[in-house]
Design a protein around this ligand. Structure first.
Ligand code: ARG
Ligand code: ZN
Ligand code: CA
Length: 256
């Protein structure tokens, strides 16, 4: 997109304790800071990519022209009364009205939900999310933000997924990005500058490892793979374009 846009985000902690509000607000801001760096390719570890990139033909790093902030417009930061009614819950970023359940999210906002989603999963998101519907990006308790978290509410970033990159990844899905390994060798993520990859990568592959599909350097450090947080640090330009284009289509859905 030609002009930059700031996207307000409401962060919901439906199982958190009100006593942790200050901590939870700081954690929400910490995650927003991570997103702002990752989505503009100003993350400090982009330097790892810069030193390795010449091996990765065509896969230049991409910066989307978007920024995020906590949604506080028209209201002080506060607790949504509907959510208090339903049980312990803290929402950072006060909004207008909303549903009655503790998981209520709001149409017109980019909603993050941080809650216990069971073992095995760090987070999930719809592919091509709707703002009008109040769709959310959902993270497990150990996969939100970085640092020491808010132990009083059970929200503590857990290594090796403690650098906030689960949100970077899931938000990519919300903005229409597939996994780089979609369809494995024979498939495609519909983005030309991400090479095919033989299957998902876990852990921390050494940059420069050779992929079994393309017999060339595998793009394992992409946010849309499954590696550790410290080992994913870039989108490609093609991916940034998809994100920008998708945001242009949903922009009219955002509350002013
Ligand atoms: N949906 C994926 C999962 O739950 C997210 C993976 C994110 N990866 C990461 N390094 N944070 O496994
Ligand atoms: Zn995914
Ligand atoms: Ca591709």
């Amino acid at each position: 997109r030609a002009s930059s846009i700031i996207i307000p985000v409401a962060v919901h902690y439906p199982e958190a304790n009100e006593a942790d509000r200050v901590c939870l607000e700081a954690l929400a801001q910490n995650q927003i800071d991570i997103l702002n760096a990752d989505y503009t390719a100003t993350n400090s570890d982009i330097a790892l990519w810069n030193s390795a990139s010449s091996n990765y033909h065509g896969s230049n790093s991409g910066a989307a022209n978007i920024y995020f902030c906590i949604a506080t417009m028209n209201h002080p930061v506060g607790v949504d009364p509907d959510m208090v009614e339903g049980g312990p819950a803290v929402t950072i970023g006060y909004n207008f009205g909303g549903g009655g359940s503790t998981d209520a999210t709001w149409g017109g906002y980019m909603n993050f939900l941080v809650k216990d989603i069971g073992g095995g999963l760090l987070g999930f998101s719809p592919l091509g999310g709707s703002i009008t519907n109040g769709d959310s990006v959902t993270m497990n308790l150990g996969a939100f933000g970085s640092g020491s978290g808010c132990p009083g509410s059970g929200i503590v970033p857990g290594a090796p997924f403690n650098l906030g990159r689960t949100v970077t990844h899931e938000l990519g899905h919300f903005y229409n990005l597939n996994h780089t390994f979609t369809g494995d060798c024979g498939g495609d993520d519909a983005i030309t500058d991400t090479p095919n990859i033989d299957s998902e990568n876990y852990g921390c592959p050494t940059p420069g490892s050779i992929d079994a599909c393309v017999y060339d350097n595998a793009l394992t450090m992409n946010y849309m793979d499954y590696t550790n947080d410290a080992c994913m640090y870039m989108f490609t330009q093609g991916q940034a374009s998809v994100v920008d284009a998708y945001i242009a289509t949903i922009q009219p859905q955002f509350k002013p």
